[in-house]
Design a protein around this ligand. Structure first.
Ligand SMILES: Cc1ncc(COP(=O)(O)O)c(C=O)c1O
Length: 429
């Protein structure tokens, strides 16, 4: 059969591997060697200063402060804003754990708000519902290829005197109404972890327009040392190294051209995908004047795919040569969010499960994360434009031939139903 699915023994749509990430050039090698030879590997060296200045300009922020990674940057942002024990921080249910972890780290309680299906970002309506007298901050996450609804969130924050920390780990280079993402809330937090659109393997940066906050963040990350002519603060060591900065400088220089390639390729992919029944890419927003791209998020209708579960769809696409993945788990349902419960210190009368928000319920987050969401990571779109056609062709093929997997789908559903019944009567399988 010409169109037989590759997972069933047919010919894959694509046999060549996609471009691998990160893309590195001679510039990184040259700068790394310069740093190596200089013997100045850390502690306020010239590369870090140069990168911080350029990154601030890139975002349109007054200040940028580099730190060890994008989890610590969130934690330090909350600390600088004075968020602590007894406070609540509203975070989206769909995000990487770090967004909520930062709240727990400072002794606060993360309160999970639902997302909107249209953009997978925090739903301002649910944020309004989740505000309590203890709420101190909101952390919207600009997820995959989207920006959170910043105008509405800023309005809510103003009305209730809340701080906003923007989690921009996925949104390097994005702009909202012409303003750099990470400069709209009080503080922006970026990650340079291996898979991110700009990477040093690990690393992070905070952006702010508020000099007093910059001063606090500097002390927090640099053992309390004073920022410029300021006073001593209080803090630990969360500094970045010169080696990381040497990797980041060329990546920042290369970013614009990579974003252009990805933007064009994803536009082409979007056009092709419009013809595939039952799948919708999350749509562009008019207020997003430039979208940084960490990935592409799309919702599919399992009924249009013979009832395919996400893992079966991901396996079928992988067999066609197209790497895709499921979105993050809802944080409060993640297996990574529970084992350390005994490590969580709580105020008297509060249980760790309450501090971790384990009883949260965000229906849209759960549907997208567990039933309808699929993610394609950004670097796949950095190859030739025709790659986008093959990715779309694989979706088209799997959708059109989904019936070939009907038995696998039924078997899987029957197995999970049996498992569900057995676990209800206390028998684990
Ligand atoms: C949305 C989001 N926030 C925060 C982080 C944390 O960044 P890092 O891995 O640099 O600690 C990540 C990274 O994985 C992320 O995806």
């Amino acid at each position: 059969m010409a169109n037989q699915l590759a997972v069933k023994g047919g010919t894959p749509v694509r046999t060549k591997p996609f471009i691998s990430w990160p893309i590195i050039g001679d510039e990184e090698r040259k700068l790394l060697l310069e740093v190596y030879d200089s013997g100045v590997w850390a502690f306020g060296g010239p590369r870090e200063a140069e990168f911080a200045k350029k990154f601030a300009e890139f975002c349109g922020a007054k200040e940028a402060l580099c730190v060890t990674n994008g989890s610590i940057s969130l934690e330090l942002a909350l600390r600088a804003l004075g968020v602590g024990p007894g406070d609540e921080v509203i975070v989206p249910g769909l995000t990487w754990l770090a967004t909520a972890w930062a709240a727990v780290q400072v002794g606060a309680t993360p309160v999970f708000a639902d997302i909107r299906e249209v953009d997978w970002c925090i739903d301002p309506e649910d944020v309004r519902r989740k505000i309590s007298p203890r709420t101190k901050a909101i952390i919207p996450v600009h997820l995959y290829n989207q920006c959170a609804e910043m105008d509405e969130l800023v309005e809510i924050a103003k009305k209730h005197s809340l701080a906003i920390v923007e989690d921009c780990a996925h949104a390097h280079g994005s702009q909202w109404n012409g303003r750099g993402i990470g400069t709209i809330g009080n503080i922006g937090s970026f990650s340079f972890q291996q898979s991110k659109a700009m990477t040093a393997g690990e690393g992070g940066v905070l952006t702010t327009n508020d000099e007093a906050l910059a001063q606090k963040i500097y002390g927090l990350k640099n053992c309390g040392r004073p920022w410029r002519d300021g006073k001593c603060g209080f803090g630990g060591n969360y500094r970045i190294t010169e080696l990381q900065a040497a990797l980041l400088l060329p990546q920042l220089a290369r970013f614009e051209s990579q974003l252009k390639t990805k933007t064009e390729s994803i536009a082409r992919f979007r056009e092709k995908m419009a013809k595939v029944p039952g799948v919708k890419l999350t749509p562009p927003k008019s207020k997003v004047t430039r979208q940084g791209l960490y990935g592409v998020s799309l919702n599919y209708d399992p009924d249009a795919f013979a009832g395919m579960t996400q893992d079966i769809l991901v396996s079928a696409l992988k067999a066609e040569g197209i790497p895709t993945q499921v979105p993050y788990s809802p944080v409060y349902l993640s297996p990574l969010w529970t084992p350390g419960r005994d490590l969580i210190r709580c105020e008297p009368g509060v249980k760790p499960e309450d501090r971790l928000g384990l009883k949260s319920k965000c229906p849209v987050t759960e549907r997208v994360a567990q039933e309808t969401g699929i993610v394609i990571l950004h670097h796949i779109f950095l190859g030739p434009a025709t790659d986008a056609d093959e990715i779309a062709a694989a979706f088209e093929k799997v959708q059109a031939n989904a019936g070939e997997l009907r038995m696998d789908i039924l078997q899987k559903k029957a197995k999970s139903a049996v498992r569900g019944i057995l676990s209800k009567v206390g028998i684990g399988v």
